[in-house]
Design a protein around this ligand. Structure first.
Ligand code: COA
Length: 532
């Protein structure tokens, strides 16, 4: 049954919201330009003068013409390191190569020689995680100076650091997920292991280099004086050491070779989308901005958002007259079935149990879950506690955590406290998690945190300066929570897979659902490839 929209796109409220959202999108576009700009004009100029292509041009040449590229965490490291590490120095995303969806992980050598900062390694590991979950081959476009040495303690020794990226490469290869490299620049230490641990590797003559230790290290270690080309050049590695399998005379030839290798991978072809059902929504997805706006305190009916996300604006709502603060609905996005759980207010015991029940239904029917988070948390207070909110909310968390079907999450508004948990936050390993530019994420809002902390401190403060100290604490807390709950603070630290626009969300989710549907078709079987 199609629910009719009650939104009036001509209303003052709608127009004000849309106008406000336009400023949020302008900020997003400005920051995306920073990410795309890499290490800046001067370094880009030097890069090009060396006969090298900008990293995004390499990706464009690798992808099938006109096919989309779903970039992962483009704003990683935003606002960190004086904003000198755009996109954390690595571009990662899913794209089509010879009709096969692949994970592409490409170093940007204009950003500190493509070396690894904490966020670089997190992004690299996250991209590999997505590849493993969705059974995608990994294509590494390598141009990487290894660990960024001043940050070595943040990237080298621990689980989730550089070593894990190599562990992932080996494990994925052994599970039958091809790991392929093309080497475009100087790859030292950790950078050298990316091609060395790949199933097949290509190297570009003149600019591609691979060495565990570069000339300065060799001199320091064994007092041997050698130039980079003799030590780790393309000809040496392809004809003498056998570290690489193919020599390319330039970058375009290397990318064409990589495409040719993918063509011969014998990966199951892309599953065609079910025809016929994928009608666009009856209401324009561009209107979501005018519904949501940027004011967290302004309530709206989340069904209005759903009407603009799902095929034909058609959905089957489960228990529409019970637990109304959680909307649960079965629908299709780009022809693929999805079970949606969307917040429409604070979570009560009834809404939590309804969510748990709905998750079980989707599990039984093998339907992926989509969580749309806009949540301040579960209900508090004596009545709620006596009603067992702790155990009822736990049922939602338990059902969501143990669901056998894939889960997707989008932060469309607030993501606070245990609400973040119940609605499949990052800690619960959703297959993909995206945020909207108006979202906020923290244990609680700045206002609530300020009240809680000043109340806690009040009893221990005495004397004339107590009020001043409380005022200072209040200001500090508000400032801290405002800064840390900003979506850019979150995306910079890889708490999500990227900030996406409301209008793009349907297409992004459609691609994710398609990947999840086809991952079943790529059966896992042990198939290690030992380099010889
Ligand atoms: N750690 C810290 N800084 C690094 C780095 C690393 N691993 N690799 C590169 N950089 C820095 C450089 O100091 C330079 O910084 P600056 O712009 O502030 O001066 C910037 O990145 C660009 O490096 P540059 O050497 O000018 O670029 P290039 O394109 O000529 O060479 C490399 C790139 C990666 C081949 C070269 O920088 C290199 O060999 N780096 C050292 C690699 C290494 O020893 N790694 C061991 C890690 S365990």
């Amino acid at each position: 049954m199609t629910t009719l929209s009650k939104v009036d796109p001509g209303s003052i409220r709608f127009l004000r919201n849309a106008q406000h959202y336009a400023t949020l999108l302008a900020t997003l576009h400005e920051r995306m330009a920073w990410a795309v700009g890499g290490g800046g004009e001067k370094l880009m100029q030097r890069h090009i003068e060396r006969g090298k292509l900008p990293v995004r041009e390499r990706i464009d040449l690798l992808l099938d013409v006109g096919s989309p590229f779903l970039e992962i965490a483009p704003l990683a490291a935003w606002g960190m390191y004086n904003n000198e590490v755009p996109a954390a120095g690595v571009v990662a995303g899913i794209g089509l190569v010879e009709g096969v969806h692949c994970m592409i992980i490409a170093n940007d050598a204009t950003v500190k020689g493509g070396s690894f900062f904490r966020e670089t390694v997190r992004k690299h590991v996250r991209a590999q995680e997505i590849a493993a979950q969705n059974r995608l081959p990994c294509l590494y476009l390598v141009d990487c100076g290894g660990a960024y040495l001043p940050e070595q303690d943040q990237v080298f020794p621990d689980w989730g650091h550089f070593g894990t990226t190599f562990y992932n490469q080996c494990r994925m290869s052994a599970e039958g997920l091809p790991q392929l490299s093309a080497v475009f620049g100087g790859c030292t230490a950790g950078g050298a292991y990316i091609p060395a641990l790949s199933d097949e590797a290509i190297i570009v003559q003149g600019t591609g280099r691979i060495h565990l230790g570069g000339p300065p290290i060799v001199k320091a270690a064994i007092n041997e004086i050698v130039d980079g080309e003799a030590l780790g050049g393309a000809a040496m590695h392809t004809r003498v050491s056998g570290v690489t399998d193919y020599l390319a005379t330039d970058e375009r030839q290397a990318l064409a070779k990589l495409r040719q290798i993918v063509r011969h991978l014998n990966m199951p072809p892309l599953q065609p989308l079910p025809a016929g059902r994928a009608l666009p929504p009856r209401f324009d997805p561009a209107e979501i901005a005018g519904i949501v706006g940027g004011d967290m305190k302004q309530p709206y009916d989340v069904r209005e958002v759903l009407l603009r996300l799902v095929d034909d604006s058609e959905m089957q709502e489960f228990k529409p007259e019970y637990g109304s603060t959680l909307v649960c609905a079965s629908a299709h996005i780009h022809g693929l079935p999805v079970g949606i759980l969307a917040n429409n207010g604070v979570l009560f015991s009834e809404s939590s149990m309804k969510g748990a029940h709905f998750i079980e239904l989707c599990n039984q029917r093998n339907i992926p879950l989509l969580f749309l988070q806009n949540i301040t948390g579960f209900m508090v207070g004596t009545e709620a506690e006596r009603g067992g909110i702790a155990k009822h909310s736990a049922k939602l968390v338990y059902a969501m955590s143990t669901a056998r079907v894939p889960r997707l999450t989008v932060l469309i508004g607030g993501s606070y406290g245990a609400g973040n948990y119940g609605m499949c936050g990052r800690g619960f390993a959703p297959h993909f998690l995206f945020s909207w530019p108006n979202s906020r994420i923290a244990t609680m809002s700045p206002e609530v945190a300020t009240t809680v902390l000043t109340e806690l401190r009040k009893s221990s403060l005495k004397g004339d300066s107590a009020d001043d100290q409380l005022a200072a604490l209040a200001q500090e807390t508000t400032e801290q929570f405002t800064r840390q709950s900003d979506p850019y603070y979150a995306t910079a630290r890889l708490w999500d897979d990227g900030i996406i626009e409301p209008e793009q969300t349907r297409d992004v989710l459609g691609l994710c659902l398609q990947l999840l549907a086809q991952s079943n078709a790529r059966a896992a079987g042990p198939s290690p490839v030992f380099r010889m």
